[in-house]
Design a protein around this ligand. Structure first.
Ligand SMILES: Nc1ncnc2c1ncn2[C@@H]1O[C@H](COP(=O)(O)OS(=O)(=O)O)[C@@H](OP(=O)(O)O)[C@H]1O
Ligand SMILES: [Mg+2]
Ligand SMILES: [Mg+2]
Ligand SMILES: [Mg+2]
Length: 392
C-alpha cells in the first residue's frame, strides 16, 4: 500500500463532478468543426474508471511535456535491450499508478506497465531518483485537487513497480505505456501516454494522451511539418464510442474512422522508425492497393488516435522477425480505433488477444482500417507476405 498525502483521495464534490470533463479547465478550447460534435452524455459501467484514466493520463502528459521542453542528457538512459528510457517514462508511470490507486481504491490493484525501477535503484542513479521524485511531486501538486505532496523516493519507486503485473484473462488489469514512442519523445516529435483497462481479458476502456498531436487533422502531412494547436486526449469505453478533447480542456467531440471505400484514395500510417516496422513490405502492400499518397510516418500510438478521427484510413505495422509485441503498445489504441468504427487484427485477420499476459501472441503483424477496406487490405497483405516468403 502506498501512502500518499497529496489530497487526491479527499476530492471536493465539485472537483469530483469535474472529473468526467477537462482537468485543466483554465481555457476551453474550440475543436475543429471537421469532427462531428456530440457532447458525452451516455454513462457506461466504466465511467469512474474512465474519469480516473483521463485524469491520470492528462497529469502524466503534463509531466512529460515539462521534461520534453527542457530535456538534458542526464534525463536519458539505455535499457538492457538498448532502447531508451527517460525520467519522464518513469515519472509518467508513477503518476498514473498513484492517481489510479487514489481514484479507484478498490483492491486488488493490478497494473501491467512497461517500466520497472531496477535501474534507478542503483547507487549511481541517486540524482535520477531525486529528479523523478521531484517531477512526480510537482506534477501531483500542480493539480487543483492536490495541493500538498509528501511522497518519498521509495513511494515513487514502489508506484513504478506496481506495474509488474502479468495481466491475463481473469479480473481487471490496467495496461500502461507511460511514454509510447520514447524515440519520438527524444526527437521532440510525437509520443503518447497510453492507458487501457482489461476486464476478464477484454479491453473495456482506453485513453491516449498525445501532447504533440495537432487538434486539426494531420491528413496529408508528415511528422516534420505538423502545424497548429497541439495536445489531444482520445478516450473510448466499450459500447460508448470514441471521443477527443484538447489536453488543455475543451468539450469532447465524437470521432469516427474514415469512411473511404476506395483504396486509391486511402493514405496509411506506419512507424517512423524503420527498425520497428518493415517499410519495404508496407510499400508493397500499398502498391497492391493502389494507394497514391506517401506513407505518413509518425511515432507511437498517436497513429491510432489520428486514425480514429479519419486523418488516414490504414495503419500497417510489420515488426522485423523475432520481435514480440507488448500489450501496452496496442491496448489503448485498439479500443480507441474500434469504438470509432475501425477494425484491428493481426496479419491473418484474427482479432488482437490481450488476455495472454504481457505479450501479444499474433501472426506476423498488425493491420488497422475501416470495415469496408479490411477485406481488400487482408488480401493485399496475404499476397505480399506470400511473395516475400517465396523470394527468400
Ligand atoms: N524492434 C522493434 N520492432 C517493433 N516495435 C518495437 C521494436 N523495438 C521497440 N518497439 C516498440 O515500438 C514502440 C514505438 O512505437 P512505434 O513503432 O509505433 O513508433 S516509432 O515510429 O517506431 O517510434 C516502442 O514503444 P516505447 O518503448 O514505449 O517507445 C516499442 O515498444
Ligand atoms: Mg510503447
Ligand atoms: Mg514506452
Ligand atoms: Mg520503451
Amino acid at each position: 500500500m502506498i501512502s500518499v498525502n497529496c489530497g487526491l483521495c479527499t476530492l471536493k464534490p465539485q472537483i469530483k463532478a469535474h472529473l468526467l470533463f477537462p482537468l485543466f479547465s483554465s481555457k476551453n478550447k474550440t475543436l475543429p468543426s471537421s469532427y462531428s460534435v456530440k457532447i458525452v452524455s451516455s454513462m457506461s459501467s466504466y465511467d469512474k474508471e474512465l474519469a480516473a484514466a483521463k485524469k491520470a493520463a492528462s497529469l502524466a502528459a503534463r509531466l512529460c511535456q515539462k521534461v520534453q521542453k527542457a530535456l538534458v542528457r542526464s534525463d536519458v538512459q539505455s535499457k538492457s535491450d538498448e532502447s531508451p528510457v527517460t525520467v519522464a517514462d518513469y515519472g509518467s508511470q508513477a503518476v498514473v499508478s498513484l492517481v489510479l490507486q487514489k481514484e479507484i481504491p478498490s483492491k486488488p490493484f493490478s497494473l501491467v506497465a512497461e517500466e520497472d525501477s531496477a535501474d534507478i535503484r542503483l547507487d549511481a542513479a541517486k540524482e535520477t531518483r531525486e529528479r523523478i521524485t521531484k517531477l512526480v511531486c510537482d506534477t501531483l501538486a500542480s493539480d487543483e485537487s492536490c495541493s500538498v505532496c509528501n511522497l518519498s523516493q521509495e513511494d515513487v519507486l514502489s508506484a513504478i513497480d506496481s506495474g509488474k503485473s502479468e495481466g491475463g484473462s481473469r479480473g481487471r488489469h490496467w495496461v500502461l505505456d507511460p511514454i509510447d514512442g520514447t524515440k519520438g519523445f527524444l526527437r521532440g516529435d510525437q509520443y503518447a501516454i497510453a492507458l487501457a483497462l482489461l476486464d476478464e481479458g477484454r479491453v473495456v476502456l482506453g485513453v491516449l494522451a498525445c501532447p504533440n498531436l495537432p487538434l486539426k487533422s494531420i491528413s496529408g502531412s508528415s511528422q516534420k511539418n505538423l502545424h497548429g494547436e497541439v495536445g489531444c486526449l482520445f478516450y473510448a469505453a466499450v459500447g460508448s464510442g470514441t471521443y477527443m478533447q484538447s489536453l488543455d480542456g475543451s468539450s469532447a467531440v465524437k470521432v469516427q474512422v474514415s469512411a473511404i471505400d476506395n483504396t486509391e484514395e486511402a493514405s496509411f500510417f506506419e512507424s517512423y522508425e524503420a527498425a520497428h516496422s518493415q517499410h519495404d513490405l508496407t510499400n508493397t502492400i500499398a502498391r497492391k492497393l493502389g494507394v497514391k499518397a506517401p506513407p505518413v510516418r509518425i511515432d507511437s500510438q498517436a497513429k491510432y488516435g489520428a486514425l480514429s478521427r479519419g486523418d488516414g484510413a490504414i495503419y500497417l505495422r510489420f515488426p522485423h522477425k523475432g520481435y514480440q509485441e507488448k500489450i501496452w503498445d496496442h491496448a489503448a489504441g485498439c479500443i480507441v480505433v474500434t469504438e470509432a468504427g475501425g477494425v484491428a487484427t493481426d496479419a491473418a485477420g484474427n482479432p488482437l488477444d490481450f488476455s495472454r499476459g504481457r505479450y501479444l501472441d499474433l501472426d506476423t503483424g498488425i493491420i488497422v482500417t475501416n470495415q469496408k477496406l479490411m477485406p481488400q487490405l487482408l488480401k493485399a497483405v496475404k499476397e505480399s507476405l506470400e511473395e516475400k516468403s517465396s523470394s527468400l
